[in-house]
Design a protein around this ligand. Sequence first.
Ligand SMILES: Cc1cc2nc3c(=O)[nH]c(=O)nc-3n(C[C@H](O)[C@H](O)[C@H](O)COP(=O)(O)O)c2cc1C
Length: 66
Amino acid sequence: MQLMLVARAHGYDTNAMAGYAKEEIAEAFGLDKARYQPVMLISIGKAAKAGYPSYRLPVDTITTWA
Ligand SMILES: Cc1cc2nc3c(=O)[nH]c(=O)nc-3n(C[C@H](O)[C@H](O)[C@H](O)COP(=O)(O)O)c2cc1C
């Protein structure tokens, strides 16, 4: 999140991804498979289109406190 916020502060847009080929990502980026464990992919760049607001369920309708 910090990386994404810093990118935003410098005028860049980001997108977090967890759904990718984890077994192949090290090779695709030329990384040592034995040393690096893929956790998340974050793309950084300039958005082609403006973002749009999306809906999140209100916390009090999806959580209960015991
Ligand atoms: C940790 C993490 C992993 C994510 N992985 C994916 C992904 O693999 N594919 C995808 O389409 N969106 C993924 N997302 C969601 C997008 O990054 C983005 O938040 C979402 O598309 C925003 O749209 P929404 O606000 O309409 O939900 C991920 C988000 C987070 C925080």
